[in-house]
Design a protein around this ligand. Structure first.
Ligand SMILES: CNc1ncnc2c1ncn2[C@@H]1O[C@H](COP(=O)(O)O)[C@@H](O)[C@H]1O
Length: 359
């Protein structure tokens, strides 16, 4: 990327809606964690995949297992969550919805409750520190607005999913609006979404927004048919929804009629080889239909990317003008799970920055 366009993408105000906390840990933070736990013998190449490399999805999921060994206490979670938020903010992200799967680790005293509380504490501290810096330097907002989605890992089955929904509901009610929704993620080749329907339905009924990974691999057509009836509020990936790649018109109809935004993660999909190359990415299909598409990073640490690079990649691959790129980043505001006043605040921020950045 030449420096001038790199600056444009960095300065572009952005919204990040699909970021898994443990997949987003930077190599700098990983180095710190590895130093703290030398007995694990984990090296850099085990926690991140270079942009040029290709892996099977299964190999990508092995990487998360390694990272989970490094991040296994409340102290670790506070460290990674704060660092990830600060890195997104430094990349020009103005609003971030982080997602993470609460875990329990007996040896360190970590419980799922403490896990979520710690992420919320990290968000609180970043807000506090951001405000402080803002006051001292009067230099614009130095952190981003944050919301949190509690993640259900599909591998753990329906009972754990139901427990997680209950936990998410409790936190939605006592987090002052920070916990806004539920994510369904995990290895898409494991389990079937129909067993998770009661938990997802319960989440929806209690007011949690649903961001569901759908059709990330080709075998999920029936599952997507079923889950789209809920319906979800956003779709993660949606790589194999349309008929050209083995999806169906019925799936496309459901997504379009309900106008469900799709979170798209170019680098992640190409490295994980669910998409053969950038120019074959399904972004093109949905963008050409005028459907709301939100560019996201997925796992910026594991896939060695950041949101500025994802915008730059989409622009160069699909020949988007600066105005198109601007509209894409602005459209993402409407796809957030933020309440109306926050959306208005973001719209105002975009309007104020437009002249300065697009000139
Ligand atoms: C590559 N595409 C993907 N598809 C599905 N699930 C994914 C994912 N990338 C990440 N995760 C989910 O996020 C977890 C790591 O972050 P947290 O420990 O929750 O913060 C992974 O274990 C997986 O469940």
């Amino acid at each position: 990327m030449d420096t001038e366009s790199a600056l444009f993408y960095r300065q572009l105000p952005k919204v990040e809606l699909h970021a898994h906390l443990n997949g987003s840990v930077s190599s700098e933070t990983m180095d710190l964690l590895m130093k703290r736990k030398p007995h694990l013998n984990i090296e850099r190449g085990m926690t991140a995949i270079l942009r040029e490399q290709r892996r099977s999805l299964d190999e990508c999921f092995q990487v998360f297992k390694v990272i989970h060994q490094l991040v296994d206490s409340g102290e670790d979670i506070l460290l990674v969550a704060k660092a990830v938020i600060q890195e997104f903010a430094a990349d020009g992200v103005k609003y971030l919805e982080l997602r993470s799967t609460p875990r329990e680790v007996t040896e360190t005293g970590l419980t799922k409750q403490i896990y979520i509380e710690t992420v919320l504490e990290a968000i609180r501290q970043c807000k506090q520190e951001g405000v402080d810096i803002d006051v001292r330097h009067t230099g614009g907002i130095s952190t981003c607005l944050n919301r949190f989605l509690v993640a259900v890992d599909r591998r753990h089955g329906p009972e754990v999913a139901m427990e997680t929904v209950k936990l998410a509901e409790d936190f939605m009610l006592c987090s002052g609006g920070t916990v806004v929704g539920l994510d369904l993620s995990g290895d898409p080749t494991v389990g079937h979404g129909k067993t998770l329907l009661p938990a997802l339905q319960k989440a929806k009924n209690c007011g949690l927004k649903l961001a569901l990974h759908l059709s990330e691999v080709p075998s999920q057509r029936d599952e997507s048919e079923l889950l789209l009836n809920l319906p979800p509020d956003r779709i993660g990936h949606g790589t194999f929804l349309h008929p050209e790649v083995g999806g169906s018109d019925s799936l496309v109809d459901k997504v379009c009629k309900q106008n469900i935004p799709i979170e798209m993660c170019l680098t992640s999909n190409v490295i994980g080889q669910t998409v053969p190359s950038y120019d074959k990415h399904h972004f093109q299909y949905w963008y050409n239909r005028g459907h709301p598409c939100v560019l996201c990073t997925d796992d910026k640490g594991v896939f060695s990317t950041d949101l500025s690079q994802e915008y730059q990649l989409a622009a160069s691959t699909f020949k988007l003008s600066a105005e198109d790129v601007w509209n894409l980043s602005q459209q993402a505001i409407g796809c957030t799970f933020a309440p109306e006043p926050i959306k208005q605040k973001l719209e105002k921020m975009w309007a104020e920055l437009k002249q300065q950045i697009l000139q």
